[in-house]
Write a protein that binds this ligand. Structure first.
Ligand code: CAA
Length: 397
């Protein structure tokens, strides 16, 4: 067991992730079929980028429905007692003003005395939500915070970013004395204003300078790492596993090797294999990507109790942060792994032309009322537009 010289100060309560759950879209696209259509060697996607499939939301799914699906399954286990805040992190928000959080709040049937708000800074906002949640719980340890990170990653058809698209959500309950992962107080942060990836208000797809974004990611990683060290955080040999934001899983490997090289150390790569199982099949899930990686590690790495995990979040634009946590009790990892793999297996495959059609019709104009076809199976539905507002349905009963 790793002893923790970085534990909360005497008298301070340990805070972290009580439990987490993942969800994704109804459809899946096999990247070898996409490679064939684009005239690309399939190994470029599977080995070069480290991606096998991408999840796609159905016409009646979006970040709200995926987030609600993940949170609903989670709250069935944790209950809602103590939850007084819902933080919804997303890059792919569905309204410039109204937050996805208040809609999810309604769909989940949470009581009115829960503050609900959305957070944005590209893929970093999930980490920002977790840190904000920790602050709230530190002030009042009897409170819990529901964090939802949910995204649909969309690039232009036939663009270099296309094979890195994806969709998915992670819901977490942040609490005092957490069952799953105790998050240590020291983290390393880094911000730099850079145009590596962004999405203008009038665009449903991201604008990206791929090469610049990979360099910006690595710069933010080193900036966050150096800050972690300067703040007195654990050294590399006190960390048992690194988990990274995975825009495509090879990026995590590049980042890890970059860090190893800078430190002049051979950091173990085994945890990278364990943390990429879900992400290889989901694609990029932006704000949820890091936490899907954590779920994958916890489900595939065997007994991690007492081990220290470092989590690095990167959001283009840009913000990076590395925190560390000590795994407490993984619970029934084998059962969760089987359930999550079954969820991925159950997605409905799309042919490439059907995917392209879905991609082109993804954004509904609010100018006229319209209904969406019933496709997604979670019970949480984006039912269409009525009176310029998005309408949602939740499972009956
Ligand atoms: N067999 C095996 N590997 C092959 C191959 C083949 N036949 N052909 C090519 N490859 C390898 C290449 O060598 C390369 O690997 P290395 O980088 O290790 O050399 C890899 O496949 C990709 O090939 P290219 O560099 O030619 O790929 P590309 O230029 O077409 O696109 C990309 C790559 C720029 C990352 C593009 O996918 C992209 O723009 N993605 C979106 C941006 C992104 O994800 N950026 C990451 C950092 S930003 C971030 O993290 C925030 C976020 O979530 C967006």
């Amino acid at each position: 067991m790793t002893t923790s010289p970085h534990a909360p100060a005497a008298g301070a309560v340990p805070i972290g992730i009580e439990d987490l759950e993942i969800a994704t879209g109804h459809h899946v696209l096999d990247l070898s079929a996409l490679a064939e259509t684009r005239g690309v060697d399939p190994a470029k996607y599977s080995r070069g980028l480290g991606q096998d499939e991408m999840s796609l939301p159905a016409a009646d799914e979006d970040v709200v429905t995926m987030g609600a699906a993940a949170a609903s399954a989670l709250l069935e286990r944790t209950g809602i007692e103590g939850i007084r805040t819902l933080l919804f992190a997303t890059e792919s928000g569905i309204d410039h003003s109204k937050s996805a959080a208040v809609i999810a709040h309604g769909l989940l049937g949470l009581p009115p005395h829960v503050r609900s708000v959305e957070l944005k800074q590209a893929c970093y906002a999930g980490m920002a939500a977790v840190q904000s949640a920790i602050g709230i719980v530190a002030r009042r340890p009897q409170e819990k915070v529901l964090v939802i990170a949910s995204d649909v990653a969309r690039y232009q058809l036939a663009s270099p970013g296309e094979p890195t698209q994806g969709a998915g959500a992670v819901a977490m309950v942040i609490s005092a004395d957490p069952a799953l992962l105790e998050i240590e107080p020291i983290s390393g942060v880094y911000s730099a204003d850079i145009d590596d990836f962004w999405r203008p208000n009038d665009s449903s797809t991201a604008v990206v300078d791929g090469r610049l974004s990979m360099g910006a990611y690595q710069k933010a990683l080193m900036g966050a790492w150096e800050d972690l060290q300067a703040q007195g955080g654990p050294s590399a040999d006190q960390i048992d596993a690194f988990v990274y934001h995975q825009p495509f899983t090879k990026m995590a490997r590049k980042a890890h090797r970059h860090l190893s090289q800078k430190l002049g150390a051979e950091l173990d790569e085994t945890p990278l294999d364990q943390a990429e199982v879900y992400n290889r099949r989901l694609g990029n899930t932006y704000t949820a990507s890091l936490w899907n990686g954590l779920a994958s590690l916890l489900d595939h790495a065997g007994d991690l109790a007492g081990k220290r995990v470092a989590l690095f979040s990167y959001g283009s634009g840009s913000a990076g942060e590395m925190l560390t946590g000590i795994v407490r009790d993984q619970g029934d990892a084998a059962g969760r792994r089987a359930r999550r793999l079954a969820m991925l297996d159950a997605r409905e495959p799309l042919a490439v032309d059907a995917y392209e059609e879905l991609h082109r019709s993804a954004e509904l104009s609010s100018a006229s009322d319209q209904e969406t076809p019933q496709v997604g199976g979670s019970g949480f539905r984006f039912a269409g537009i009525q009176g310029r507002a998005r309408r949602y349905e939740r499972p009956a009963g």
